[in-house]
Design a protein around this ligand. Structure first.
Ligand SMILES: Nc1ncnc2c1ncn2[C@@H]1O[C@H](COP(=O)(O)OP(=O)(O)OP(=O)(O)O)[C@@H](O)[C@H]1O
Length: 254
């Protein structure tokens, strides 16, 4: 479904992503791992159109996305979550989702001024989509809570829900289990499995190796911007170059 070919991004003299090729199958979970500064976030930024590639190709179901703007890429079916979820802290969880969806689908200026039927219709759809997404991530009971009052784990679920409101085909999740405890990590991993069961494709950047090893169909290992290895969790676990560059260091730290 996603075909990335020789993707490269230069920042001045630094090549943050260097000639990376990988394919992501529909309905699969692909994890991207690598030491700090390996280029993982830049890789996501390139796929989602937050930054433009220096060269290379990113095809979604045969459509070239390299060079398109982030909003165009979102319309093609790519959604993204961030390491930190910025919410309107004094608004409710549901209102955050409605606003998040409105920002992606809003009517034009005159619609807002005259409060046209189209706007009213859009608002209704926004609310419905927000409620559905909240239900999917298991947070309906927190719809009326202020964003300031919810836990880190609930914020992560809201981030998933925000991504879901745009009806994406593929979700790019940046550290979906960052800053949550082990039990909550299992809950979030189950939510990712549920996403795939509902027909989505998932790519995630995550440092929690246990989670990745049990969740991913495929792991892409980046190191200094280059693809160091690609394979199943079992293959990656036994890959000497990976052990030396990443897993060995992690294990030594633990
Ligand atoms: N806008 C930018 N301008 C210049 N250099 C950048 C920019 N964005 C990232 N870099 C550099 O590109 C390299 C890759 O960074 P990136 O954030 O993609 O790595 P990462 O693997 O996501 O790291 P982390 O695990 O710490 O989030 C780093 O050396 C970083 O300093």
């Amino acid at each position: 479904m996603l075909k990335i070919h020789k993707l490269t991004k230069n920042f001045g003299g630094l090549t943050a992503v260097n000639d990376v090729s990988v394919t992501v199958d529909e309905g699969s979970i692909t994890a991207i791992i690598g030491p700090n500064g390996a280029g993982k976030t830049t890789f996501f930024n390139l796929i989602s159109g937050a930054i433009q590639p220096s060269s290379g190709s990113v095809m979604l179901n045969g459509v070239e996305m390299a060079g398109l703007r982030a909003d165009q890429i979102a319309k093609l079916g790519v959604a993204r979550t961030f390491q930190t979820t910025n919410l309107f802290e004094q608004a409710t969880v549901l209102d955050n989702l409605i606003v998040g969806h409105r920002l992606r689908t809003r009517s034009g200026f005159w619609d807002v001024v005259f409060n046209t039927r189209r706007l009213q219709q859009e608002e209704k759809i926004c609310r419905e989509k927000a409620e559905l997404a909240l239900d999917f991530v298991g947070l309906s009971h927190r719809a009326d809570a202020l964003a300031a009052d919810i836990t880190q784990e609930e914020k992560k679920r809201v981030a998933f829900a925000l991504a879901l409101t745009t009806d994406p085909k593929i979700l790019l999740l940046d550290e979906p289990a960052g800053g949550v405890n082990p039990e909550e990590t299992i809950g979030l991993a189950n939510l990712i499995r549920k996403l795939v069961q509902s027909g989505k494709t998932v790519c995630l950047v995550e440092h929690k190796m246990d989670m990745i090893m049990s969740l991913a169909d495929k792991i892409l290992v980046l190191h200094h911007g280059q693809k160091l290895a690609e394979g199943t969790p079992a293959e990656i676990r036994q890959n000497d170059a990976v052990i030396e560059a990443y897993l060995g260091v992690e294990h030594a730290e633990n």
